[in-house]
Design a protein around this ligand. Structure first.
Ligand SMILES: NC(=O)c1ccc[n+]([C@@H]2O[C@H](COP(=O)([O-])OP(=O)(O)OC[C@H]3O[C@@H](n4cnc5c(N)ncnc54)[C@H](O)[C@@H]3O)[C@@H](O)[C@H]2O)c1
Length: 337
C-alpha cells in the first residue's frame, strides 16, 4: 500500500514509518517540522535501507494535502500530525483545537475530494478521563483537558464522516503511554526543553542532563503510593498501526485501545530503568500535579481479538531502548551534522 503518514518525522510516526517500510509498504511523509527534524529521514533510511518520500507542509492546508494524495495515488492515511502537550493546551486551547481538530477536518476533506477512503488516527487514552479501570473502548469519554477534548472531538468528526460516506473507513487508535525507542538507537523521543513524560525525563537524569526526577505524589491509593500508567513500547505501538492498516477494511468508525493491559507505578518504572541500564536515578517526592489521575490502564482485548495484536515488549525492554537512544544521541536530533 502507498500510505500518507502525517507527522511522520515525529516520535511515533517515525517508528511506524520504519514498520511500514519493513513490511513492504510505500510511505510519503508530510510534516511541517514543528516538533521534529529532517535528520529522522536519514535515520529511517539507515534502519530500513529505504528512504520515505518527504514533503514539508502543513496538514491545515487542505489544497496541499489534496495535491499530495492525488499526485502520489495514496491508498490510506495515518494521521499523527498534532500538538500533544497537555499543559500547553490549557494555556492556548485555540491553537490545539485549530491544529488537532482543524487538521483532522482538513485531512478528511482532502481524502473525500480525492477518493481516499481509509484513515488511521492517533487518539489517546486521555479521551476517557476519570473512569473506572481498566478502560474499555466503550468506557464513557469525559476528557479532563483541552488536549484530550481535541482528540475526542476529532474522533466525533471521523465517526460523522464515516456515517455520511458509506465507503469511508476510520480507525481511531487510543494510545496509552508510549515509551522506548527503536532498538537500533537511531530514532527515539526528542522532547523540546523539559520533558513532559516520565521516561525521557528519567533518561535525561541518567545522562546527567537533569539533577533528579520529581515524583509527583506518593500518597495515591496505589500499591506504592505513586501514580500508575499503562506503558507501551513505541515499537509495539508501530505494529498496532500496521495491524490496523492491514486488518480493518470495513467501512465505518472503529476504535481500539493500544496498551499493555496492565500498569506500572512511577517507582516501578524507575527500578526497571535502573535494572535495564545499570544507571542510578536520583529522585525526590513532590506534591501531586493538578489533574493527574491515580491509576489507569487499558483493556486491550479488542485489539487482540480483531487486530491479532498485543504487546510483545516490557517496560524493561523500553528502558534499555530509551537509554540506548538517549546515550547515543544526548541532544536528540539537535546539533547533528
Ligand atoms: N506521545 C504520546 O505520549 C502520545 C499519546 C497519545 C497520543 N499521541 C498522539 O500521537 C500523535 C503523534 O505523537 P508523537 O508523540 O509522535 O508527537 P510528535 O510531536 O513527536 O509528532 C507529531 C508530528 O506532527 C508534526 N506536526 C504538528 N503539527 C503539524 C501540522 N499542522 N502539519 C504537519 N505536521 C505537523 C510535528 O512536527 C511532529 O513531527 C499525536 O497525534 C499525539 O497527539 C501521542
Amino acid at each position: 500500500m502507498k500510505v500518507l503518514v502525517t507527522g511522520g518525522t515525529g516520535y511515533i510516526g517515525s517508528h511506524t514509518t520504519v514498520e511500514l517500510l519493513a513490511n513492504g509498504h510505500e510511505v510519503i511523509i508530510v510534516d511541517n517540522l514543528d516538533n521534529s527534524s529532517k535528520i529522522v529521514l536519514d535515520r529511517i533510511e539507515k534502519i530500513t535501507g529505504k528512504r520515505p518520500d518527504f514533503i514539508e507542509g502543513d496538514v491545515l492546508d487542505t489544497d496541499f494535502i489534496v495535491r499530495v494524495l492525488k499526485d502520489n495515488r495514496v491508498d490510506a492515511v495515518i494521521h499523527f500530525a498534532a500538538l500533544k502537550a497537555v499543559g500547553e493546551s490549557v494555556a492556548d486551547p485555540l491553537r490545539y483545537y485549530q491544529t488537532n481538530v482543524g487538521g483532522t477536518v482538513s485531512v478528511c476533506k482532502a481524502m473525500l475530494a480525492t477518493g481516499v477512503n481509509k484513515i488511521i488516527f492517533s487518539s489517546s487514552a486521555t479521551v476517557y478521563g476519570d473512569q473506572p479501570i481498566p478502560y474499555t473502548e466503550s468506557t464513557p469519554r469525559e476528557p479532563q483537558n483541552p488536549y484530550g477534548r481535541t482528540k475526542f472531538v476529532s474522533e466525533l468528526v471521523l465517526a460523522d464522516v464515516a456515517a455520511a460516506n458509506p465507503d469511508f473507513c476510520a480507525v481511531a487508535l487510543r494510545y496509552f503511554n508510549p515509551v522506548g525507542a527503536h532498538p537500533s538507537g537511531e530514532i527515539g523521543e526528542d522532547p523540546n526543553g523539559i520533558p513532559n513524560n516520565l521516561m525521557p525525563y528519567i533518561s535525561q537524569v541518567a545522562a546527567g542532563q537533569r539533577e533528579k526526577l520529581s515524583v509527583y505524589g506518593n500518597d495515591y491509593p496505589t500499591k506504592d503510593g505513586t501514580a500508575i500508567r499503562d506503558y507501551i513500547h513505541v515499537a509495539d505501538l508501530a505494529e498496532g498501526h500496521l495491524a490496523a492498516l492491514q486488518k480493518i477494511y470495513d467501512p465505518g468508525f472503529h476504535t481500539f485501545n493500544l496498551g499493555a493491559g496492565h500498569g506500572e507505578s512511577v517507582l516501578e518504572v524507575i527500578v526497571a530503568f535502573e535494572q535495564a541500564t545499570g544507571q542510578t536515578i536520583p529522585y525526590q517526592f513532590a506534591d501531586r500535579r493538578a489533574g493527574d489521575l491515580a491509576e489507569y490502564y487499558a483493556d486491550a482485548a479488542l485489539a487482540e481479538s480483531q487486530l491479532g495484536w498485543r504487546v510483545k515488549r516490557t517496560i524493561t525492554d523500553a528502558s534499555a531502548d530509551a537509554w540506548h537512544w538517549q546515550s547515543g544521541n544526548p541532544n536528540g536530533y539537535k546539533n547533528v551534522v
